[in-house]
Design a protein around this ligand. Structure first.
Ligand code: COA
Length: 390
């Protein structure tokens, strides 16, 4: 039997800063993911945990507390029952996006009915690229430019390719991200996504219940003072780049049969998706060809999208996307709740947060029908997912 795959619900723990003083400095990555899975199932009590057909969970660093075949370890740790299988996924920043579309596909071909799909990244415990050993041939055979291996450098490269994107526009975009995230926070947008988590801190146990990364008081003057850590005189700064963060969360996807059997409410269905490859040294441009491919295949135009939630790895990459599609910097349907510049970007987890935000936008805007998630991915990839109100 084949059919649609529906998004039912999504849950995440608050995003922390990947610092010694950050929320999760003394908390394991797998425990963060377990907290989100348990909360997701508590919120959907008609679903017997043992009926989950698979747990697809992403992490970029698949070692230590993010190793041991995450999906399966999380199924056991979350007490889903030994019948519940799981697997681990890595497509760097698009880890959770890949977990979600693979899981939706398993439902669409009729192989599975209920799947948990998400991601975790504890960048404090697993600093970016610290646990990998890139093949020397990447550089010796000039397969990629050396700058391709440091994401901030790829963002500086994007500025070189798009000299019309001035530093000032990137700082303006970053400021808008902070303002929109602050407003969304105040309007309770994240209240249905975020569950509190008890964490250990130097002063004992405490409960964290709100994202740690946003800087609501940010001003344009603050942003303009910051210097690029990536290149002398560069344009990419701590203020207009996504942060280094710890986060975890995932979504519950279901078939029509599971919706009927367990009385679930489908919020949106996954229509289609696209992944593309492009020059690794300007990976930030990935959302453009990914979105174009997805729109073309579905006979749609950018104007047919009611909401776009784009990962904000770097402001320059977001501005390049907006410029390409002729959208103004302050398009109110593009990242209406801000994004990773304010909220933080725990790599493989972020795609799950973005799906939750499309679901909430559709819920709060009854006239909206279609939403797109898109993100750039390290080593030169782009990802895009098309959702439609169920
Ligand atoms: C740019 C980068 C190196 C900065 O790292 P960092 O120095 O740890 O960043 P922080 O968030 O601690 O900010 C450093 C300082 O900048 C300033 N700053 C940052 N954001 C600011 C803002 N919005 N307003 C004012 N000041 C700000 C602050 O002084 C801050 O220090 P403080 O926290 O002690 O006040 C890091 O965020 C990075 O690499 N980002 C990209 C991540 C990435 O590549 N992800 C993958 C994408 S594909």
């Amino acid at each position: 039997m084949t059919g649609d795959a529906y998004y039912i619900d999504g849950v995440r723990v608050p995003i922390g800063r990947a610092k010694d003083t950050g929320y999760y400095a003394q908390t394991r990555a797998d425990d963060m993911a377990v907290r989100s899975i348990r909360a997701l199932l508590e919120r959907n009590p008609t679903v017997p945990p043992s009926r989950i057909d698979d747990v697809a969970w992403a992490a970029t660093a698949q070692v230590g507390d993010q190793g041991l075949t995450l999906g399966r370890s999380l199924a056991i740790l979350a007490g889903l029952g030994k019948e519940v299988p799981g697997y681990a996924i890595d497509r760097m920043c698009a880890g959770a996006v890949t977990a979600i579309v693979n899981s939706a596909n398993a439902i669409r071909v009729g192989a599975q009915d209920l799947v948990l799909a998400g991601g975790v990244e504890h960048m404090g415990g697993h600093p970016m690229a610290s646990e990998v050993d890139p093949n020397p041939r990447f550089l010796s055979d000039k397969l990629v430019d050396p700058s391709a291996l440091v994401m901030g450098n790829t963002a500086e490269n994007l500025h070189d390719h798009h000299p019309e994107i001035a530093r000032e526009r990137c700082d303006e975009y970053a400021l808008q991200s902070q303002e929109r995230t602050g407003k969304a926070q105040a309007n309770g947008i994240f209240d249905t996504h975020v569950v509190p988590m008890t964490v250990r801190s130097p002063d004992g146990w405490r409960v964290v219940d709100v994202d740690e990364h946003p800087r609501p008081g940010t001003s344009m003057q603050d942003l303009q003072k910051l210097e690029s850590p990536f290149r002398p005189g560069g344009f990419v700064t701590a203020g207009n780049a996504a942060g280094l963060n710890d986060g975890a969360g995932g979504v519950l996807l279901a078939s029509q049969a599971a919706v009927d059997e367990f009385g679930l409410t489908p919020r949106m269905k996954m229509v289609d998706y696209a992944f593309v490859g492009l020059e690794p040294e300007t990976m930030g441009f990935g959302p453009v060809p990914a979105t174009e491919k997805l729109l073309a295949r579905n006979g749609l135009d950018i104007g047919d999208l009611d909401v776009i939630d784009m990962n904000e790895a770097f402001a320059v990459q977001c501005v390049a996307f907006l410029d390409h599609f002729g959208l103004p910097l302050d398009s109110d349907h593009v990242n209406p709740y801000g994004g990773a510049i304010a909220m933080g970007h725990p790599l493989a987890f972020s795609g799950a947060r973005m799906a939750m935000q499309i679901a909430t936008y559709l819920e709060r805007n009854p006239e909206a029908q279609r939403g797109l998630n898109t993100m750039c991915v390290g080593l030169g990839m782009g990802a895009a997912v098309l959702w439609e109100r169920a």
